[in-house]
Ligand binder design. Structure first.
Ligand code: CDT
Length: 320
């Protein structure tokens, strides 16, 4: 019998600087209840779901940044109601947050997501690997994207977990632009990839039409789901946060590469789909049968080289 799992993407509208974690948690719980009303068993919340997208601001007082935006524990007293409500409703979830931890007496900060089972157990943790933007202040820019200042590169790798009778992996926002991240999950048998995001509608570096940015978001999602034969759930935090707009377009993509359902607003909104987890079985046995068709001996540059290096000159044909 085919396995089905009803999955929801619980999109958040803006969270402003003045909004507290208690405010955010209240909204997340309301979304969770709405998803439950739609029959969802697994809910994917956004990246950094308890605060505004703070890397858009240059801030020098790290103690204040830690206090206002980072979680020393998850759940905390403020965020506990989400965990309680999910356990009570028997819903598993993914949620993103700014993690502050201490290792060997040294503070460490990560852009993190956790996977929580329907019984409330912490199943998995992922720390964002691809940190976009910059570390230095750009005073002339309309806004900052300081993930490289506030976070370290994740140190847990790309993993999957046995979760609710599926094999589920986690990514965070900018990871969705890197095929390598998806492929590493797919090579571990991923059937579902969950991902939260915060994507500014404007390009920080050069003028770009907002519609083109959404176009890139959609084609990436469709291609990654199809080429890796996985379900893909991508959930936005969006709208005008303190005047800075981020786009919505949360979606659930089938392993066929088709968008099953997509959000319509830039506000709090739940979308839900009954996912046939075995839908990709044929694809995994044929076109994307990795064991039969992949040629890793020809992919060595993928791990040996980081940046592109232009080949100096064509060798004579005889030497090739
Ligand atoms: N949150 C996040 O990773 N956002 C990035 C914006 C990059 S623009 C410097 C994204 O890839 O959507």
């Amino acid at each position: 019998m085919a396995r089905h799992l009803k999955i929801a993407a619980a999109q958040l509208g803006p969270l402003h600087r003045k909004d507290t974690r208690v405010d955010a948690t209240r909204r997340l719980v309301a979304l969770l209840r709405e998803a439950h009303g739609m029959g969802a068993k697994f809910v994917v919340f956004p990246e950094l779901a308890f605060t505004t997208f703070f890397p858009r601001w240059w801030m020098e007082d790290q103690a204040e940044v830690d206090r206002n935006y980072f979680e020393r524990t998850l759940p905390s007293a403020d965020t506990q109601p989400l965990f309680d409500a999910a356990r009570k409703l028997g819903i598993g979830f993914y949620v993103g947050y700014a993690e502050l931890t201490e290792e060997q007496g040294r503070p460490r900060r990560f852009n993190t997501a956790v996977l929580v089972g329907p019984d409330g157990t912490l199943v998995g943790k992922y720390r964002k690997v691809h940190l976009p933007g910059h570390a230095e202040h750009k005073p002339k820019a309309a806004f900052q994207h300081l993930e490289k200042k506030y976070f370290e590169v994740g140190d847990l790798g790309f993993r999957v977990w046995r979760f609710m009778d599926t094999i589920t992996g986690m990514l965070i926002c900018n990871d969705r632009r890197w095929p390598e991240a998806f492929r590493v999950l797919a090579l571990q048998g991923a059937e579902i990839v969950a991902l939260g995001f915060n994507t500014p509608t404007e390009n920080l570096h050069y003028p770009e039409p907002p519609a083109l940015r959404v176009h890139h978001h959609l084609i990436m999602a469709q291609a990654m789901a199809f080429q890796n034969a996985t379900w893909l759930i991508e959930t936005a935090k969006c709208g005008h946060e303190d005047g800075f707009r981020m786009f919505g377009h949360s979606l659930i993509v089938a392993p066929s590469g088709e968008i099953a359902v997509k959000s319509q607003t830039e506000e709090d909104e739940v979308i839900c789909y009954n996912c046939d987890i075995d839908l990709a079985a044929n694809l995994k046995k044929t076109m994307f049968n990795f064991a039969a068709h992949r040629r890793p001996e020809h992919y060595k540059l993928i791990v040996e080289r980081v940046g592109a290096e232009v080949t100096p000159a064509n060798e004579p044909a005889a030497k090739r």
